[in-house]
Unconditional design. Sequence first.
Lengths: 453, 141
Amino acid sequence: MPYEFEEILETIRMTQVEHFDIRTVTLGINLRDCADRDVNVICQKVYDKITRIAKNHVKIAQDIEQRFGIAIANKRIAVTPVSIPFDNLRKDEFIKIAETMDKAAEAVGVDYIGGFGALVQKGFTKGEKELILAIPEALASTKRVCSSVNVASTKAGINIDAINLMSHQIKETARLTAKDGSIGCAKLVVFCNVPEDNPFVAGAFHGVSEAEASINVGISGPGVVLQAIREAGKVDLRQLAEIIKKTAFKITRAGELIGRKVAELLGVEFGIVDISLAPTPAEGDSVADILEAMGLESVGAPGTTAALAMLNDSVKKGGLMASSSVGGLSGAFIPVSEDAGMIRAVQRGHLSIEKLEAMTSVCSVGLDMIAIPGDTPDETIAGIIADECAIGVINDKTTAVRIIPVYGKKVGDMVEYGGLLGSAPVMPVRNLSSKEFVLRGGRIPAPVRSLTN
Amino acid sequence: MNISEQKIREITIEVLKEFGNNISPEKLREEVYKRIETYIEKPAVTQNSMDSGRVIVTSYGINRPGIVSKISTILAEANCDIQDITQKILQEFFTMIMIVDISNSPLSFKELHDKLAKVAEELNIKIMIQHEDVFRSMHRI
């Protein structure tokens, strides 16, 4: 037999028991050829283009899913940040574009479409400002549209004006979607050093340097890594790193295979595999559980950052060996609401925003799906975002903030989102003012890249 | 030269069958080489890059009489070639893995999948059918 009995059973066990799935197959679509001076013409062009290219996206992904026996949890679409081709539009017109994207996504059967965003790390164009002003209403009036705005980069520094504006828009989005637990904020990410090929919603968009259309794949497999670590038993950390690497290798190879096949059948370019450990609320599919299996009493204990750093690095090393097209965010995600172990740690008071912030300096993204009290001041949110951007800018990595100031909720309340978004315990935020700092406005200059102490 | 070890092994066995076990090593080598030449001259049978044509059928569940027979009947009726089969039984549980060439089958992957799903339901076991590529990419560099 060309394969060992155990090898075949290992794959079966990964997919059947340990929740190994392809988290997302995201079809990126360029919209730069849809520009026009009339918004109705733009909407028609956008709708036609998305539905033409993505017509068979879901069907093909399902076909591949069956063929290889590996579930593809989400089939999604990302488009060019809409502020780029349509810079001539006004706020109301941008809302129309969002509604068109929503309709197109519905027509082709995808649950989320990313790209209602802008890149403003250095400054705003007129269109970009209009787009940002449109975000709260656009997210409130659509179901599938996701928005991301990049406000800082290692090359440009941190645009505090953009952060202030975004903090206000986050609060506004929370208010407009108050009846659904401020769910609009779950579809809005503020980025630093945003990658152009990230397949994971809500931050997904089709970068300006990308091809006409491309397929990017996000893998997921905390359950598989967890099982491997549990099986390893008492080994030292170097051996543990080796085990994580081997596991990451296998799941990345499967991800690459599936991405290539979908791209081939759709007739578009294959972009990248994002080797991330993306948790789900399902029991056993948790990054927090991995950290605990590594030996911590609870996520949040001293040593959490070190354990996460090792996990993240090992996943990358294994993944890089497995695929020559690694990109996107690539690392371990630590969203609170989407990870049963994280929720548990927050509820027991083991995990604070400050510890999460420290963890984001070594993991793939940032403060993700964190619910905070609805009356948190704009300036405090701006301070949180600025801190996160500083970590990204100085360490030359992607960081992001997806924070939900849940309208009308207080510390200790639970907010249910259902599905992959899970449920979020409202976390306390320090009651100290950042107001005078952030309201100075302007831009924190780009950092020096030597003398890195 | 693009020929798998598996294929070379098959060719060698074929030669041994034809000439008997008393064939001299030189003659065997010569005969095998000759057939390898003619083998690779044939156009490779691939419909598209998707198909090596082989799938792996894994079934497991509570053991009972007739499981192998039921599954292999379905495969035979669909003109599928079972190339390898391994089975393990642990107390009342069984696990069976088959490597099956479906390239000559008139049924599509989906039709075969659905047929096996029906059998799985009848026998109250799990049957999975997966394309070989996924195992190759995960377990072979």
